[in-house]
Design a protein around this ligand. Structure first.
Ligand code: IMP
Length: 440
């Protein structure tokens, strides 16, 4: 009855969607436990004519493309009802059955237009401050929706199913948010009636998907099902453990799985960390190994490092093992999948950050508070690169020695096995027979 968790170990965009999609056929259920439509999980496959097809999932779990898998959107997700219904329609238009295969938690909180409006006003205000401290959010209303959840004034999926309750709650919320928009941010108020009418219409469309997903998952586990829990964003964006305040408002880390799905921690038997072979970050906040130069631009172009949700260029930098060691510690990774190794082909040398210098001293401690992280300097080790294109490699032994050494260096530093290597966006571009270095 085990649960396996797939977690981003950096600042998001590590390629969790591809790994979850690949692993899905071995699972009965794939369940998203946090975040919202701020995520963008890209799946690429080859169609019958041999052309690459791509689909970016924002809310529906990455198991939806495998017909024997049931997908769950858990209570920990903040759900934009319009976005999820549009996404369901798009998936159905590919001829994929969704109706009986997707379950949405009745307890998930909803993202409403006023969450996006408040977020936009807040970000504008922060950006215009003398120290420009905007978070650089995705603009999907995530922070304000989680704020309402914890302030106990949120509207949940279950409320969509009762028009009278919804009308009453929406009216109260919109009036409150309008006061904030008008009086604090000097922003335009929203039309209460228009929003109420738009949202009461969602009840019939969403009804058949809504259920008590915690009960469903616990029963499935009791019946021997295998569940794959899919995290969104990355551990360094966790609201408690990330580079606060430059974080998202949920828990992408392992603990978020239990509270975000309503499954017991004793059911979890594997935590798989996904790490890109280098680092990227979208939005603002400290990034010690950032390459604000030609090398960073080269990674961005070759790696197609542009946000799957917002299209923003991602900031790029060298692999940061200090940060990865920290996220491995808080998540307890059993193994790691390294993605986008192919992007490093052609680089003469590869730098890997193994320590930070802070206040004149070297340290392997990752300070998650932004004000300290901003002041650290990365200390690098330099490893030899490789020139070969590795996108057609399917077995570990075919990799250039330098690529094998790069992977071994990561595994040894973290004391975690690298079990999978992704070397291209397509499903078949995966190396699963990674040999572990002999113990010293
Ligand atoms: P929010 O989650 O939209 O509130 O954004 C907060 C921070 O998390 C911003 O820096 C975003 O760029 C970042 N972020 C949110 N979702 C993702 C993601 O899926 N990948 C990478 N960064 C993300």
């Amino acid at each position: 009855m085990p649960v396996s968790i797939v977690i981003g170990s950096q600042w998001g965009d590590e390629g969790k969607g591809k790994i979850t999609d690949l692993m899905s056929p071995d699972f009965d259920v794939v369940a998203r436990y946090q975040g919202g439509a701020n995520a963008g999980h890209t799946i690429v496959w080859e169609d019958e004519e041999g052309n690459d097809e791509e689909f970016v999932l924002h809310l529906v779990p990455s198991g939806i493309f495998h017909e024997n898998v049931t997908c769950v959107i858990g209570n920990g997700v903040v759900l934009d009802p319009k976005a999820v219904l549009d996404e369901i329609e798009k998936i159905q238009s590919l001829g994929i059955e969704v109706e009986d295969r997707l379950k949405i938690s009745h307890n998930a909180h909803l993202i409403m237009p006023y969450h996006k409006a408040v977020e936009a006003a807040q970000e504008e205000e922060r950006a215009s401050a003398s120290d420009d401290d905007a978070i650089g959010t995705t603009g999907r209303g995530i922070g304000p929706a989680y704020t309402d959840k914890f302030a106990r004034s949120g509207i949940r999926v279950v409320d969509l199913l009762d028009r009278d309750v919804l009308r009453q709650k929406l009216r109260r919320s919109i009036e409150e948010k309008n006061a904030i928009l008008r009086d604090i941010y000097d922003a335009e108020a929203l039309d209460v009636d228009r929003i109420v009418e738009e949202y009461v219409e969602f009840d019939q469309r969403i009804d058949s998907f809504v259920t008590d997903t915690s009960k469903y998952l616990c029963n499935a586990l009791d019946d021997g099902a295998d569940v794959l829990a899919e995290g969104a964003q990355g551990s360094l964006l966790d609201v408690d453990f990330g580079s606060y305040p430059y974080v998202t408002s949920s828990h992408p880390t392992a603990g978020g799985c239990c509270t975000g799905l309503g499954v017991p921690p004793t059911a979890v038997d594997r935590v798989l960390g996904i790490a890109k072979a280098y680092c990227t970050r979208v939005g603002n906040g400290p990034f010690p190994t950032e390459l604000d130069n030609e090398a960073g631009e080269a990674l961005r172009q070759k790696g197609g490092e542009f946000g799957a949700t917002t299209g923003r260029p991602r900031r790029c930098g060298w692999l940061d093992l200090v940060a990865l060691r920290y996220t491995s510690m808080i998540n307890g990774f059993n193994d790691l999948a390294i993605t986008k190794l192919d992007i490093l082909s052609g680089m003469e040398e590869l730098k890997v950050c193994t320590q930070y210098r802070y206040d004149g001293k070297k340290t392997r401690r990752f300070p998650s508070e932004a004000q300290t992280l901003e002041k650290v300097d990365p200390v690098y080790e330099t490893l030899p690169g490789w020139s070969e294109d590795i996108t057609d490699v399917r077995h570990f032994h075919e990799l250039p020695t330098e690529a094998k050494d790069y992977l071994a260096f990561i595994g040894e530093y973290l004391d975690v096995d690298v079990g999978m290597v992704s070397n291209g966006p397509r499903r078949d571009q995966i190396i699963s027979d990674v040999e572990q270095p002999a113990a010293a």
